[in-house]
Design a binder for this molecule. Structure first.
Ligand code: MN
Length: 145
């Protein structure tokens, strides 16, 4: 049992970390790992929070994500589509699909993310990838590299 501290989006005994510590590009994102996998549940459950004007890394990888929004609203890039998201929406990121999350203006976006504990490293877009992403004007207007 991991107790939530009422209304705080913080869980008791869980440290709040930077989203990533590998120097990839993101802005104003924190991570709390709520479940590391165990018994027959081969999943990690993390809570990510993207602050005002923040964004997650634009990336893709073999492993999938299953995301549930629990705070605020915003938009997500999935492949070549930019989609509005809000509280209680459930978002699937399939393998090898470009993705990036951003809150709406003035909003904080918080979401639970399920992922395999054993997973490959994310890929960042190459120059060619950026060209093809930018071919779609909605995507071009949305992404932060
Ligand atoms: Mn990812």
């Amino acid at each position: 049992m991991v107790k939530h501290s009422n209304g705080s989006y913080r869980w008791q005994g869980i440290d709040v970390h930077p989203y990533k510590e590998d120097g990839t590009i993101f802005k104003s994102v924190t991570r709390q790992t709520l479940f590391h996998g165990g018994d027959d549940l081969n999943v990690e459950l993390r809570y990510f929070e993207v602050g005002i004007s923040g964004y997650t890394t634009l990336e893709r990888h073999q492993h999938a994500h299953l995301v549930t929004i629990i705070r605020g609203c915003g938009r997500v890039l999935i492949g070549d589509k930019v989609i509005g998201i809000g509280v209680h929406d459930v978002v699937q990121i399939p393998p090898f699909t470009w993705h990036q999350f951003q809150p709406s203006e003035g909003e904080v976006l918080g979401f639970l993310c399920m992922v395999n504990p054993e997973r490959d490293r994310p890929q960042r877009p190459t120059t060619e990838d950026v060209e093809s992403l930018n071919a779609n004007e909605d995507v071009a207007a949305f992404i932060h590299l």
